[in-house]
Ligand binder design. Structure first.
Ligand code: 13P
Length: 335
């Protein structure tokens, strides 16, 4: 484990006013989004779409790192340049999603556990050789009646910690993503309670595995009421609950915190991040930024619709959303 290299990469990912772009949708997720937008669900269309993203002019002004999916890391532009080389030339660090999706939790069918530890060390080695310098693993936690179970929190946090340790042994910065889902009709208070419990247990497990925190990033959900609760929290409520929850659960020596958007609208996610910086900047012990997928990409995907003639307009939208998030990350977003 080269702690110096890990820290240097983690700090570079959190530097200045930049954030991360998650463009690592798995095949089923990417195909689902394509289907909804009327785009053919083929490897070639996925390549074209990822090409649109990585060749967006000026993207690196707001984005420090891009998280790719396995299929994407081997793909190239129409001119035969590997996406990973396009990103590197632009000054964007390449990351890779290394979990292999979720499966039903034995004994608790409404909950999920994340797969992918088998053979992970070999895959990490391979990805490092290809040029990836950071990785992502997503666990999902479901809020519901008597959920989450303690067993589910244990299983998911234990696996996240083992993954993080393996990454660091291969000099890859791990992003640990314990996503407490927005699905459900729970209140913001319930989201707070579950998120705090999960993150505290995660850091207990990370410590047990001897994970080096200055070479690790946390990717949490914002603390917010469930989608079906019909409660619309104000930016002030979300910012206050989220920051209090993170201050109570995240050690100070973590390299940074980068949020997922989780199904919030792009405007909501951006405004909430902005509010956290406006209200709490001076209290934050770690850099705080974004690692959005939908909140950056969805408006661009809706413009593209799989048509070459829409590429430029879609890229303009992608750059615009990323720049709004970059402004929010330093408390300078205005609607
Ligand atoms: P969203 O921003 O769409 O929630 O995605 C973030 C992510 O990377 C999920 O793993």
């Amino acid at each position: 484990m080269n702690t110096e290299e890990l820290k240097q990469i983690a700090d570079a990912l959190m530097a200045d006013d930049k954030g991360l772009l998650a463009m690592d949708e798995s095949l089923p997720t990417c195909n689902k989004r394509f289907k909804a937008a009327g785009i053919p669900q083929t490897e070639e269309y996925r390549r074209k779409y990822r090409q649109l993203i990585v060749t967006t002019p000026g993207l690196a002004e707001s984005i420090s790192g891009a998280i790719l999916f396995d299929e994407t890391i081997y793909q190239s532009t129409d001119d035969g340049v590997l996406f990973i080389d396009v990103l590197q030339k632009a000054g964007i660090i390449t990351g890779i999603k290394v979990d292999e999706g979720t499966a039903e939790m034995p004994g608790s069918p409404k909950e999920k556990i994340t797969k992918g530890l088998d053979g992970l060390d070999i895959r990490l080695n391979n990805y490092y050789g290809l040029g990836a310098r950071f990785a992502k693993w997503r666990a999902v936690i479901t809020i519901g009646k008597n959920l989450p179970t303690e067993a589910n929190i244990q299983a998911n946090t234990e696996t996240l910690a083992k993954y993080a340790r393996l990454c660091q042994e291969d000099d890859i910065v791990p992003i640990v993503e314990p996503e407490v889902l927005m699905d459900g009709d729970h209140t913001i208070e319930r989201c707070y309670e579950v998120t705090e419990r999960v993150i505290k247990e995660l850091f207990r497990q990370l410590e047990k595995e001897g994970v080096y925190l200055p070479g690790l990033l946390l990717k949490p959900n914002m603390v917010i009421a469930g989608k079906d609760s019909h409660i619309k929290n104000s930016t002030d409520e979300v910012a206050t609950a989220t920051i209090n929850c993170l201050l109570a659960s995240v050690p100070h020596d973590v390299a940074g915190v980068a949020f997922l958007s989780g199904g919030q609208t792009p405007q909501q996610a951006t405004a909430n991040l902005h509010e956290m910086h406006v209200k709490y900047e001076s209290k934050l012990p770690w850099p705080l930024t974004f690692s959005f997928a939908r909140a950056i990409q969805q408006p661009a995907l809706d413009i593209w619709k799989g048509k070459d003639k829409n590429v430029k307009a879609a890229q303009d939208m992608l750059r615009f959303r990323a720049s709004m998030d970059s402004a929010a990350r330093v408390g300078r977003y205005s609607v």
